[in-house]
Design a protein around this ligand. Structure first.
Ligand code: SF4
Length: 890
């Protein structure tokens, strides 16, 4: 196949929607990216992150050679060093003294071999994954109810359901293409209803007929109340319960008598809205309940999942068109990791440690000398064990736990004490690679091949379209090379397809229909068939060679008696209560245009435009209470750590709650790691941390001056107590603040912008009395860099100034504007960016609306905002609504 002519079909490396992507190398070396119209997950659509993938493929910052103790070395020496270190540690301290911490970014084949090495050859199950942090509670809930980790439904159900309930899910930002398909389906069918259950009013609520901003952590109470109501309303499916479930009577007894009024009171919701939601659920035949991190990231996450599953089991609405509970996974291959046993408490192919038959079966299949006989340490426990010296050697693959783990300062201290820290990654400098003794360069998206599984159990191929740079190697190859050095047999794969065939064969080995995960229909796939494998939903067997859209619809589950388990849920409050000293509750999450710790998305300038700095969203009443206002810097402090973030006021957040995004690392900001604050307490069953509820206090961050710098060349990292750095289109940007002003602002500005630049014209405006200073460097008539200083956070528009970097020469008017600190033409400032695809700012959108654009589509037609990926459409809708409100008031 000629890739340059037709493009390479692959999948997006970000969220669990699993969109198909076509990457087409151009003659100029650029890679153009578009959605794959034939991929069933997205039918050609991509969100802002997926659409910007082409801009993330550069080699800047890449790790290209192995390093041992900071010195470049060859692969042979590096792998010998790691193999020796792991083997000697195991010999001296036993197999439980080593660990592997992996990632939902890995491909299934990468995951399969590391799991085989740990559980089948090292003989201990200390292998866990960052997916523990996003969906372990769903896995535990599925296994308790269904006897297996199965997602019963498929994406088409969301189009077929008359009622969609989203719980703890800001799908508009976190699963945008899935969200857009729901919105489109609702537009086609006005009878379809959407309910959003979330303490925060997010962009997802724009599509909702009803938003229930429940008290944080009260989801279990709400779904117990729903269960009681469904029973009272006669919505129980008696035949389904009798034939296909166990435990419904006890479950109903546990909620009997819970009234709507009590439910509303405990959840902090208006009774009428709770009644409405319950009535809709009871009376609508086709209901899908989607849930995500808001449910999972809790010390009672597994119980919350059970409470949701109970409602679907009671009504028999599961596994049939338009019906079922639906866990939305965060990562591109969280599901694939679950299939191979990437979690410390699972064996491969959905088999269990607790069952000796399963252990024997896997050991026999692998022909391994040993097999782990019990579950290993889950993510948080693993880093605790590293901290106390129980784990002495750890290999971290394709993840950045020093940013993403809760209580991340403690995780950092733990790694600092560990005798051997090996990190395989594509990047040279992340918070975690900086803690490594050995760095192994791995290939990344576009360079590696394998499979991933999305939220609807759909396996898709990731395909390479770029050569491996430097000495980078595929993750699976690195593991196999290491395994052989450690004396393990069974790792002599000739190709990635070899691993896939073995994985598929294990899924069918002595299965006989007992285990839902079965892709044995693909176990003999040829190299060519693997190369051209089309997306397919598991199970894929001899009986179902084209895959299976839905599971559980027949009422048969994976328990021994084939019946589902309905389980009584006794809701528990979050473990740490707010109170004296820490009166607010911190909720963490994602922003629209960034992914995880931004190691990839921060490379795409346009993705930095929508949200540049770490922020803390508060209710205006709380801001008043704590002396804060919009745009100020605030210090957030918990019992575990602190961060500094820009205040954003929102009436859409509950009083007493604070939302802060999870993305910023020490690489990009001085004090932006929100997980440093997060309590590392976990759900006792799933081991998933309570990332949505940490008691904190918030106070103004003392800063006597504020500044920003924009420069064509990358700015060096400053030594200040507040800075945030990032890339723009044609420039680099830094936000700065400090308590002590430099002695001479001009010297400071020259240092920041590049003091050695001698062929530049230097323009300066200085107002010592007001503490306002403006500096600009011009070379050959072009703006080279600028820096603006003020005594408070009110500084000129960065978007306006960024626009000056795009022009080839500064006009006399632009020079005057620079020194005046404002564009002479007010329309020259489009701040802030709403549509990152086309860099369309809010003022431009306002102008379009005032010029007659009456809906989102017309705005798109006039100023392009929302006309590409559509991720900004909810925000466009809000601007439209607010503008109408203002016009109406006038
Ligand atoms: Fe990628 Fe966006 Fe699709 Fe998620 S919704 S897979 S981030 S393109």
């Amino acid at each position: 196949m000629d890739a340059a002519a037709t493009g390479v079909k692959t999948t997006c490396p970000y969220c669990g929607v699993g969109c198909g992507v076509i990457a087409t190398p151009g003659l100029d070396g650029e890679i153009s990216i578009r959605g794959d119209p034939e991929h069933p997950a997205n039918l050609g659509r991509l969100c802002s992150k997926g659409a910007a993938l082409g801009a993330t493929l550069g080699l800047e910052g890449r790790l290209l050679t192995p390093l041992v103790d900071g010195a470049e070395t060859g692969w042979e020496q590096a792998l010998d060093h790691v193999a020796r270190g792991f083997s000697e540690t195991i010999d001296r301290h036993g197999p439980g003294s080593v660990a592997f911490y992996v990632s939902g970014q890995l491909l299934t084949e990468d995951y399969y071999v590391i799991n085989k090495l740990a559980k089948g050859f090292v003989g201990a199950a200390n292998i866990d994954t960052n997916s523990r942090l996003c969906m372990a509670s769903s896995v535990a809930g599925h296994k308790r109810a269904f006897g297996a980790d199965t997602v019963p439904g498929c994406y088409e159900d969301l189009e077929q359901a008359d009622l969609i309930v989203l719980v703890g899910s800001n799908a508009a930002w976190c699963h945008p293409v899935r969200y857009e398909r729901m919105v489109a389906a609702k537009a086609r069918d006005p009878h379809k209803r959407i309910v959003v259950i979330d303490p925060r009013r997010t962009d997802t609520c724009d599509a909702a007929d009803l938003h229930l901003p429940l008290r944080s952590g009260s989801d279990g109470v709400l779904f117990n109340g729903l269960l009681a109501h469904l029973d009272r309303a006669g919505a129980a499916n008696a035949a389904f319960l009798a034939e296909h479930t166990i435990g419904a009577a006890e479950t109903l007894a546990a909620v009997a008598g819970q009234t709507i009024a009590e439910t509303a009171s405990m959840c902090g919701l208006p009774e009428g809205n709770v009644q409405l939601f319950f009535d809709w659920f009871a009376r609508t035949g086709t209901v899908v309940t989607l849930y995500s991190q808001g449910v999972n990231q809790s010390t009672s996450g597994t119980d919350k999942v059970s409470a949701i599953l109970n409602a679907h089991l009671l009504t028999g609405r599961i596994g049939r068109p338009g019906m079922g509970p639906f866990s939305l996974t965060g990562q591109p291959n969280a599901m694939g990791g679950r299939e191979v046993g990437g979690l410390a408490n699972q064996l491969a192919a959905h088999m269990e440690f607790e069952d000796p038959v399963h252990r024997d079966r896997v050991q026999q299949f692998w022909r391994s000398p040993t097999i782990a006989d019990r579950a290993g340490l889950k993510a948080v426990e693993m880093f605790e064990a590293i901290g106390v010296g129980r784990i002495k050697a750890v290999w971290i693959r394709a993840t950045n736990p020093l940013v993403s783990l809760p209580d991340s300062d403690r995780a950092r201290a733990a790694l600092a004490k560990c005798s051997l820290v090996v990190v395989s990654d594509c990047l040279a400098s992340t918070d975690t690679t900086r803690a490594a003794h050995v760095l192994l360069p791995a290939t990344t998206w576009g360079e590696k091949s394998g499979t991933v599984t999305n939220s609807e159990r759909r396996l898709s191929r990731q395909r390479d379209f770029l050569p491996a740079p430097g000495e980078a190697r595929s993750d699976w190859r690195i593991v196999c090379d290491l395994a052989r050095r450690m004396g393990s047999s069974g790792f002599d794969y000739g190709s990635v397809a070899d691993i896939f065939r073995e994985h598929a064969a294990l899924s069918g080995f002595e299965n006989g229909g007992a285990r839902a995960f079965d892709i044995s229909g693909l176990s003999n796939v040829s190299e060519i068939a693997y190369a051209t494998l089309a997306p397919v939903q598991w199970p894929v067997t001899a009986d179902a060679p084209y895959g299976t859209a839905r599971l559980c619809g027949s009422g048969r589950f994976c328990t021994g008696d084939r019946r589902a388990r309905s389980l009584p849920v006794r809701p528990r409050a979050p473990v740490s209560a707010t109170g004296v000293g820490f009166p607010l509750q911190l909720n963490t999450g994602r922003v629209r245009d960034h992914w995880h710790t931004m190691t990839r998305t921060a490379k795409a300038a346009r993705l930095n435009a929508h949200v540049f700095e770490p922020y803390a969203e508060l209710h205006p009443d709380d801001a008043d209470r704590f002396g804060l206002s919009d745009g100020l810097l605030a210090r957030l402090q918990s019992a575990w750590g602190a961060m500094v973030a820009r205040v954003r006021l929102s009436a859409g957040i509950r009083r007493g709650a604070v939302f802060a995004p999870m993305h910023w690392s020490d690489t990009l900001a001085s004090t932006g790691r929100v997980n440093a604050l997060v309590n590392s307490v976990v759900d006792p069953i799933s081991g998933q941390p309570e990332s949505k509820h940490t008691p904190i206090r918030v106070e103004p961050h003392a800063a006597r001056w504020h500044a920003f710098a924009l420069n064509r060349r990358q700015l060096t990292q400053p030594k200040l107590d507040y800075w945030v750095a990032g890339k723009g289109e044609g420039y680099w940007r830094q936000e700065l603040a400090g308590d002590v002003a430099p002695e001479d602002w001009q010297v400071f500005a020259r240092e920041r912008l590049g003091g050695e630049v001698i062929d530049c014209e230097w323009i300066a405006f200085r107002d010592f009395a007001k503490g306002r200073h403006r500096f600009a460097m011009v070379r050959n008539g072009r703006l080279e860099g600028c820096m603006f200083v003020a005594p408070d956070h009110r500084l000129p528009s960065r978007t306006w100034l960024a626009g000056l970097f795009a022009s080839e020469g500064l006009s006399p008017e632009a020079r005057l504007s620079l020194m005046a600190g404002a564009p002479r033409d007010p329309n020259g400032d489009i701040d802030p960016i709403v549509c990152s695809c086309f860099s369309v700012g809010r003022k431009t959108i306002h102008a379009a609306i005032e010029g007659g654009a009456g809906d989102v589509e017309t705005i798109g037609a006039r100023v392009k905002a929302g006309a590409n990926c559509g991720s900004c459409k909810p925000e466009l809708g809000q601007i439209l609504a607010r503008t109408r409100l203002v016009s109406h008031a006038r």
